[in-house]
Write a protein that binds this ligand. Structure first.
Ligand SMILES: *Cc1c(COP(=O)(O)O)cnc(C)c1O
Length: 419
């Protein structure tokens, strides 16, 4: 199946007389005829649902669709994007291990890297994803378990050179995890460029309608977990009466371990109702991504010509620092988010957003409705101008998430606010 078809049909094929739309199976548990049947499910000898923390039919349908869209062999849905990234990392790294992350990542992921992992005894090295091969390779240590970055970073809007970084990682027996939230599989499929694991905040474009939090981890199925760096995959798991993940699950060892070990014990699962909403959003994902990208590019081009605008960042814009990488990895559109720096700093930013009528002020991106955030007066308001500069956030910087409205209406609102 091709992309649009997968969005509508992957993961659920109703049989004769069954519901056309994948139903919400609102049940925590599942009934069996005998103790032996339940035992064989717990022993992972047969497949089936027994408790919705570990698996639920509605969530399973969404997992299969997302895996299919990314070209992976399996997926695990989580309660949020934060949970997806945390589990994706903890599935590989434990106390005493080391991970490498690009600095250009989402604020919540940055906190995981610099704060939460430390509490688990995991050390993080932050790297410049645009540094040369030798500089990146130099960060890899004997206890490094993964390299992490975002296809299209929130909010830096840098484009990750996935093929190059995957090559460096693989030369050292280390996997690459890519958060593909902003691009979505409609615009880029990181597994095709050598990434090993893909994560998502499905809260953003996959849902797309600002109704449901969620996350997903997708397993590419091609990384060799038996290469000596990942003892947890080749040694018996005492918490699962001696199960050896690589032996039991082969190429699907990563995603199986994430589910039967981490999800079993940490419990940050997606709900059936939540999966239903996210699936509704996914059905129109490619159509929306096309339109988000077109509107963002037209808005970026218009903004770049405005006298009160100092700078526009959008990788789809010719002349942007990441335009060449965008043409390689995002040839069908660079998604809906752009940033602009207004003349007049913090004060101008505040004045501008207060004048907007159609475009709304929100701590969100990827909605079908255009929204804007001024970090210096919201998420970063505790910082002085010099601290803002260190965080890479200029006082007059605005993050605009372009929706699906007629672009003329978006432009008109921004034009009157600028005036
Ligand atoms: C929003 C976001 C997250 C976190 O997702 P939540 O669903 O809000 O927990 C992770 N990564 C990226 C790139 C994001 O934009």
């Amino acid at each position: 199946m091709e992309l649009f078809t997968k969005c509508l049909h992957a993961g659920y094929s109703p049989q004769n007389g069954q519901p056309r739309v994948a139903p919400i199976v609102q049940s925590t548990t599942f009934r069996y005829d005998s103790a032996e049947q339940i035992a064989s499910l717990f022993d992972l000898e047969s497949s089936g649902f027994f408790y919705s923390r570990i698996g639920n039919p509605t969530v399973d349908m969404l997992e299969q669709k997302i895996a299919s869209l990314e070209g992976g062999i399996g997926a695990l849905c989580t309660s949020s994007g934060q949970a997806a990234n945390l589990l994706a990392i903890l599935n590989l790294a434990k106390n005493g291990d080391h991970v490498i992350s690009s600095t250009n990542i989402y604020g919540g992921s940055f906190n995981i890297m610099t704060n939460i992992l430390k509490r688990f005894g995991i050390e993080t090295t932050l790297i410049d994803q645009d540094a040369n091969d030798d500089a990146i390779a130099a960060a890899i240590k004997p206890n490094t378990r993964l390299i992490y970055g975002e296809t299209l970073a929130n909010p830096a809007l840098s484009v990750l050179d996935i093929e190059r970084i995957a090559g460096i990682a693989h030369a050292h027996g280390v996997p690459l995890i890519v958060d593909n939230t902003f691009a979505t599989p409609a615009l880029c499929r990181p597994l095709e460029y050598g990434a090993d694991i893909v994560t998502h905040s499905t809260t953003k474009y996959m849902d797309g309608h600002a109704v449901q939090l969620g996350g997903a981890i997708v397993d590419g199925g091609s990384f060799d977990w038996t290469n000596g760096r990942f003892p947890e995959f080749v040694e018996p798991d005492q918490s699962y009466h001696g199960l050896v993940y690589s032996d039991a699950f082969g190429p699907a060892a990563y995603i199986a371990k994430a589910r039967v070990q981490l999800m079993r014990d940490m419990g940050c699962c997606q709900s059936a109702q939540g999966a239903f909403y996210t699936n509704l959003g996914l059905e129109t994902l490619p159509l929306r991504m096309q339109r988000h990208s077109e509107n963002a590019l037209r808005l970026a081009k218009w903004l770049a010509c405005q006298p009160r605008v100092q700078k526009v960042s959008y990788p789809g814009l010719p002349g942007d620092k990441y335009h060449a990488l965008s043409r390689k990895y995002l040839p069908h559109g660079a998604s809906g988010v752009l940033t602009v720096v207004l003349e007049g700093g913090r004060e101008a930013g505040v004045k501008f957003i207060n004048k907007l009528k159609l475009v709304s002020i929100e701590t969100h991106v990827a909605d079908i409705r255009t929204c804007v955030l001024h970090p210096a007066s919201s998420t970063h308001r505790q910082l002085q101008d010099d601290q803002l500069a260190l965080a890479g956030v200029e006082p007059g910087l605005l993050r605009i998430s372009t929706g699906l409205e007629n672009v003329e209406d978006i432009v008109a609102d921004i034009e009157q606010a600028l005036a």
